[in-house]
Write a new protein. Structure first.
Length: 435
């Protein structure tokens, strides 16, 4: 059996010829044009990043290596006795595009288990921070503190061939992924559970070990597996993914790069959305008397919300024009494990009532729910009632996708990212000519 790293090298060597041919023979082929609105408006929809890890279609939703969420869950090996697959098998799949066997998956589980010991100084750094420090600050700092461990930084300083840069990047990324669940759980137990740390279990998979270290019984281990996979990647243009790619393009190692991505994820317009949606849903429940409302009462409340100039949080997406398949996956989990939970009932009723209202209201391009409309409810149900920690959970999952991407960036020799800027005077002159 080939190891994951050997399989990845086989894939890299084959892919390099494709990238080289595109640059050599088709460098000047035009694939898009940029408007003034895109230039000022956050480079929205400009096709200028390359990733084979995931793709996002407005009507199909996310595909991981060409597979839908349902196809991905169905194809990957499940943890015995559980409903969801190994995160380690998903990592293998993102890196290679191939579904691993159970043997290949368990080899990654064992490899990650051997890498999972978090250096003591990381916990010392965390404990030296004020306890009211935001958990995302702690999470980013813990990642950055391990930069001294970087295999890439050491190998690069010693001198190595560019074509081999991916190898130490792979080592750093695997070390990071193996340790992130323990770091996240330590932050949670230290800040929110009276500083009672739970050591990791031997040879548990990422989802099972994370639930164990959080002190939450089954089936939260399946909730962890599912949410880590669902949050892993969403093309390369979201802030966390792009920030990680951008910093890595300067040949910064995985620790510097992932820390940058986590910092981007911490923004209110990105990773904080799930906690804001949950807070709003709880506010709806409180406003309507503390009980699951009737559809008529909820409808009136949503109309009042929109007519007051506010939005319905969790509805709408920059790219999607249908219900986010990640929302659907979370909904299926809730229907199986917490169908009678009142917050879930409210979420379900909003899903039934809100889209027709948004369409009638007419201002929303996309009246359908996204991932954030559902995700916080599951964590709250299992006792994680500390909003600020939700983005750390998002960050553990997102690390899977962004690290897979920067390994491939190194493997294919992508250059430093350096877009060209223009002045407002230039834009005004182009606008005058265009008019």
């Amino acid at each position: 059996m080939m190891t994951l790293k050997e399989k990845l090298l086989e894939k890299i060597l084959a892919h390099r010829t494709r990238t080289s041919a595109l640059l050599k023979n088709h460098r000047d082929v035009v694939i898009d044009q940029v408007t003034i609105g895109q230039c000022i408006g956050g480079v929205r929809d400009v096709k200028c990043l390359v990733t084979d890890i995931s793709s996002l279609d407005p009507y199909e939703g996310i595909r991981f290596r060409g597979k839908t969420i349902r196809e991905t869950f169905d194809a990957l090996p499940n943890v015995p006795g559980c409903e969801y697959p190994y995160v380690e098998g998903f990592w293998y799949f993102l890196l290679t595009g191939e579904i691993p066997s159970m043997e290949e998956t368990l080899a990654v589980v064992e490899d990650f288990s051997l890498r999972s010991q978090v250096p003591r100084y990381v916990f010392d750094v965390l404990r030296a921070m004020p306890r009211d420090t935001h958990p995302m600050t702690m999470f980013s700092t813990a990642i950055l503190s391990m930069q001294r461990e970087s295999v890439f930084a050491r190998k690069y300083s010693e001198g190595m061939k560019k074509r081999d840069y991916w190898d130490p990047m792979y080592e750093d990324s695997c070390n990071l992924l193996a340790r992130l669940p323990a770091i996240a759980a330590y932050i949670y137990r230290m800040k929110y559970r009276s500083d009672t740390f739970i050591p990791g279990g031997k040879y548990l998979d990422i989802g099972g070990n994370f639930a164990h270290m959080m002190g939450i019984p089954r089936p939260y281990d399946d909730a962890a597996r599912m949410t880590f996979i669902l949050h892993s990647d969403h093309e390369s243009g979201n802030v966390a993914s792009h920030a990680t790619h951008l910093v890595a393009s300067a040949l910064s190692d995985a620790y510097y790069s992932l820390s940058a991505g986590i910092n981007g994820l911490a923004g209110p317009l990105h990773g904080l959305a799930n906690q804001e949606v949950l807070r709003w849903i709880q506010g709806v429940l409180h406003h309507l008397g503390g009980e699951v409302p009737t559809e008529a009462d909820l409808s009136r409340f949503l109309w009042d919300t929109l007519n007051s100039g506010q939005v319905i949080p969790g509805y709408g997406h920059a790219v999607l024009r249908k219900t986010d398949p990640r929302y659907t996956a979370l909904k299926e989990f809730c229907e199986k494990f917490l169908p009678d939970y009142e917050l879930f009932k409210v979420v379900n009723m909003i899903y039934k009532v809100a889209p027709p209202i948004l369409m009638e209201h007419g201002k929303a391009k996309d009246p359908w729910p996204n991932l954030d409309a559902q995700s916080g409810v599951i964590h709250w149900y299992y006792g994680i009632t500390d909003y600020d920690f939700y983005t750390v959970l998002f960050g553990v999952g997102r690390a899977i996708g962004v690290l897979a991407n920067i390994i491939w960036d190194r493997a294919l020799g992508y250059p430093i990212e350096r877009p060209k800027s223009v002045t407002t005077d230039m834009l005004e002159k182009w606008a005058a000519k265009g008019d």
